[in-house]
Structures are given as structure tokens and as C-alpha cells.
Design a protein. Structure first.
Length: 130
């Protein structure tokens, strides 16, 4: 497990813990990560990353802002969603979403997988039980 502080030393640090990566899993799962965001910090899911993501809220609260609002525009269809402990946020590969931690910070478990269309195109992988 790795921990990576990504905030300036003056404030609370964002912590990222890599629990598993693609090469360790031998599956369509890209990564399993644990995130600890200080109050007001933002984690962004970008469409160009090409992965689907599930974010499970372990502690704290926050908001998820979906779609065009990330680019400074207010197009019809932008949505803001409240995130609470025990909540699950499912993010399709083509969607842009910014998650912002609330006043108590936000602790998230992230599971990133390749999209179904790509996974369906891969040859079947059957584990060998010798």
C-alpha cells in the first residue's frame, strides 16, 4: 500500500492509498484506491481516462457535480448530487464528474474498471485451477 500526500504543507493533505492495480488483479479492474480528501478538496473523474468508476462513501460528506459545469458552462442536464456515508456513486466512462469534500472531509473507496464495451471485446480469461 502506498500513501501519497498531494496538498500544500500548510493545510491538511489529500491522501491516496493504492490497494490494488491492474497488473496485480489480472482482470478488467484497473484499480482499487482509498482516498481521504480534506474539506473543500476536489477529486475529478474525466471522460478521457476511459474507465468506469464506483465511489463508495466511507466517511464524511460531499457533493458530486456532473457534466458540463466542470468546464465553466451551465448546460441543461448538469446535476449536483449529495454524497453521504454508505452512499455509492457510479460513474460511466463518458461522464465528467467532480467530487468535492464537505466541511468534515470525505473518505472514499474507488474501484475503476474498463468499460463493458471494451471488456466484451477481450478474449475470455478462465483461471486455471491446477
Amino acid at each position: 500500500m502506498r500513501s501519497l500526500p498531494t496538498a500544500a504543507p500548510a493545510g491538511p493533505a489529500r491522501l491516496w492509498n493504492c490497494l490494488a492495480r491492474r497488473g496485480m488483479l489480472h482482470s478488467e479492474c484497473e484499480a482499487v484506491d482509498l482516498w481521504q480528501l480534506p474539506p473543500g478538496d476536489r477529486l475529478t473523474h474525466l471522460a478521457q481516462d476511459g474507465v468506469e468508476e464506483a465511489l463508495f462513501v466511507l466517511a464524511g460528506d460531499g457533493t458530486a457535480l456532473h457534466s458540463a459545469a466542470l468546464h465553466g458552462t451551465a448546460l441543461h442536464g448538469d446535476q449536483q448530487q449529495r454524497l453521504l456515508p454508505g452512499g455509492l456513486l457510479l460513474l460511466p466512462a463518458a461522464e465528467q464528474v467532480a467530487v468535492t469534500a464537505g466541511p468534515d472531509g470525505l473518505r472514499l473507496l474507488s474501484v475503476r474498471v474498463v468499460p463493458g464495451a471494451l471488456s466484451d471485446a477481450l478474449p475470455p480469461r478462465i483461471p486455471q485451477l491446477d
